[in-house]
Ligand binder design. Structure first.
Ligand code: HPA
Length: 274
């Protein structure tokens, strides 16, 4: 099933009526427990997803389900407080729908964050990881089906999904803040069940450093329509089998809460440095 270009336009047209001439430049998609950055937006214009034609709702815990437009660190932003996931029953095209709408509204950069399980032995819960690349195995592409050339080409390059200059900016800002920043590859698993220890061993062997249930479809779509992308994982837990204990959603939310301060200072510094 393909979403027609007209739907994206209708969503964007509706949002323009709310924005009174404001043009967002940076789209921000924030993961579990990290959506509070939207609360820091100055002169916010808040639009619940449910009001926007063709928009899907988020049901995941820790996700509010609204767009916040305004100024953050001096930059015009559109913050998605809450994202939708494939495990909620949506297609990958639907999961990444909002990215294209924000592109139509004027966003040329995507900041994306997620809560993730640590696969790399050198990682610890609470670590921040700059995403340098991603692995998508268990996922049909969000670009499957008829290509919409208004957004981008049939066969987009994926060599630099995460924009090298933005990675450099993140390293620089982390150094300035004296914040340790890990780097690595984010590997997608569809969930909602957490991975098995065997799957995590596989992920490690294939080059994954963190695992999670988001981000990858949105980044494919953002790159397809020519957006620059900066991504961070917050390691909320060690992935299955790394420690002799089961994983819990509460652990993920608690770790996200505990890392709020350093996480937001890094993201804000990156916005400032744009
Ligand atoms: N696996 C998948 N998704 C996650 C995890 C994990 O260990 N932690 C937070 N999101």
């Amino acid at each position: 099933m393909n979403i027609p270009y007209a739907h994206y336009q209708e969503s964007a047209d509706f949002l323009r009526t709310k924005l009174g001439g404001f043009t967002p430049r940076v789209a921000m998609v924030l993961g579990s427990g990290l959506g509070y950055l939207g609360d820091l937006v100055e002169s916010p214009i808040i639009v619940p997803y449910g009001e926007i034609p063709h928009f899907k709702h988020s049901t995941a815990p820790g996700h509010k389900g609204q767009l916040v437009f305004g100024t953050l660190a001096g930059k015009p932003v559109a913050v998605m407080q809450g994202r939708i996931h494939h495990y909620e029953g949506y297609s990958y095209e639907e999961v990444s729908y909002a990215i294209r709408v924000l592109r139509l509204l004027g966003c040329s950069t995507l900041f994306v964050t997620n809560a993730a399980g640590g696969v790399n032995w050198n990682f610890r819960p609470g670590d921040l990881m700059l995403i340098t690349d991603q692995i998508k195995l268990f996922l049909e592409s969000p670009l499957r089906g008829e290509n919409l050339p208004e957004f981008g080409p049939r066969f987009p390059d994926s060599s630099y999904l995460y924009t090298p200059a933005l990675q450099e900016l993140a390293r620089r800002q982390a150094r300035k803040l004296d914040l340790p920043l890990k780097e690595g590859v984010y590997m997608y698993f569809p969930g909602p069940q957490y991975e098995t220890p065997a799957e995590i061993r596989m992920a490690r062997n294939l080059g994954g450093d963190t695992v999670g249930m988001s981000t990858v479809p949105e980044v494919i779509v953002a790159a397809h329509c020519g957006m620059d992308v900066l991504g961070f994982s917050l390691v909320t837990n060690m992935a299955a089998g790394v420690l002799p204990q089961p994983l819990s959603e509460q652990e993920v939310l608690d770790a996200a809460e505990a890392a709020k301060g350093k996480f937001s200072s890094l993201v804000l510094a990156c916005l400032e440095g744009l």
